[in-house]
Design a protein around this ligand. Structure first.
Ligand SMILES: NC(=O)c1ccc[n+]([C@@H]2O[C@H](COP(=O)([O-])OP(=O)(O)OC[C@H]3O[C@@H](n4cnc5c(N)ncnc54)[C@H](O)[C@@H]3O)[C@@H](O)[C@H]2O)c1
Ligand SMILES: O=C(O)C[C@H](O)C(=O)O
Length: 329
């Protein structure tokens, strides 16, 4: 049985994400959990003629939803309104993510956990600390979903250079998932893409990728943040993970925010140099989750400056998430 659980399944991301996951024959049971409206969404999706069984779980039914899950995807919590940072969501979302992580530790301690809820830079350390507390943490199995930064990068790059197909132009995005912590490695795009841009154009493109989320928050004008593009990104990541862990397809790569202890040996000197324990980077999937963290390529001087600016904010975000659990122990 391959059971995938979506926590926050009735929300703006949860619904289209669940719809996309319902298309996959790799999933045999799709369990939808939300504090509102999950049975309704589940009944609706359950009529789609694909293989998976769908179950809906409302408030008070979290344990049944999570029981024996293979993968748990978490888009539960509040989204931003104009003028807010992702960190402003911590107050509400930290507790929501903590409680779901407690549910994972109790009901499916070996599951892969994919965290979408913001602020991702802090919510991933929260999940890891909860699982650690219960003695069930495997750093290879917890992922912060920063895929949307790569999805946006591919699209925005193709708008600058239309001959690049956005579907096949992959951009590695390192750092974290908020503002200056988002560091796109445009120098890695083949054909000297970045070298051929003026500094002004490179700045504008980098800024657009770093603040792409704000474009959507502003356009939705109080009605939330990215949901459809996020559902696309979340489904892409989830299905890639399933391809690697169930079908054992080798060599699949995505940028994602993980504990650097997922590949402690290869990241030792980076951790020592930067003092970071969590970081977004390309990882290669394996049946165990993170098979390896791909070593950082040579950064351009410009990218090194961006990374230097990201590190202090990442450290604060990580410490805030981790201490939310460790200080209350
Ligand atoms: N990682 C990313 O790139 C990315 C992209 C977009 C949005 N997000 C984040 O995803 C989160 C969800 O965004 P959204 O637009 O879907 O919000 P939304 O308000 O539309 O949906 C959130 C859902 O979570 C549910 N929920 C709240 N508390 C819960 C709990 N304790 N258990 C289960 N479900 C619970 C709500 O009932 C709601 O249905 C936000 O934190 C947002 O910032 C992250
Ligand atoms: O911008 C947000 O708050 C949502 C999400 O993190 C995004 O990048 O779109």
């Amino acid at each position: 049985m391959v059971k995938v659980v979506v926590c926050g399944a009735a929300g703006g991301i949860g619904q289209p994400l669940s719809l996309l996951l319902k298309q996959s024959d790799l999933i045999t049971h799709l369990a939808l959990y939300d504090v509102v409206n999950a049975p309704g969404v589940a009944a609706d999706l359950s009529h789609i003629n694909s293989k998976s069984q769908v179950s809906g779980h409302g408030k008070g039914d979290m344990d049944a939803a999570l029981k024996d899950a293979h993968t748990v995807v978490i888009p539960a919590g509040v989204p931003r309104k104009p003028g807010m940072t992702r960190d402003d969501l911590f107050k509400i979302n930290a507790g929501i993510v903590r409680d779901l992580a407690e549910g994972v530790a109790k009901n499916c301690p070996g599951a892969f956990v994919l965290v979408i809820s913001n602020p991702v830079n802090s919510t991933v350390p929260i999940v890891c600390e909860v699982l650690k507390k219960h003695g069930v943490w495997d750093p290879k199995k917890v992922f912060g979903i920063s895929t949307l930064d790569g999805v946006r990068s591919s699209r925005f790059v193709s708008e600058v250079k239309p001959s690049l197909d956005p579907k096949s132009t992959r951009v590695t995005v390192i750092g974290g998932h908020s503002g200056v912590t988002i560091v796109p490695l445009l120098s890695q795009i083949p054909g000297h893409f970045a070298k051929n841009l003026s500094q002004e154009k490179l700045d504008a493109l980098t800024h657009r990728i770093q603040y792409g989320g704000d474009e959507v928050v502003k356009a939705k004008d109080g009605a939330g943040s990215a949901t459809l593009s996020m559902a696309h990104a979340g489904a892409r990541f989830t299905l890639t993970l399933l391809e690697a862990t169930i079908s054992h397809t080798a060599g699949l790569v995505e940028s994602t925010y993980v504990s650097l202890h997922a590949d402690a040996d290869s990241t030792a000197s980076f951790r020592h140099k930067t003092g970071l324990d969590y970081f977004a980077q390309d990882i290669e999937f394996g049946p165990e989750g993170v098979h390896r963290i791909v070593p950082l390529p040579d950064l351009s001087t410009y990218e090194q400056t961006l990374l230097d600016a990201a590190i202090p904010e990442l450290k604060v975000n990580i410490a805030k998430g981790a201490s939310f659990i460790t200080d209350s122990a």
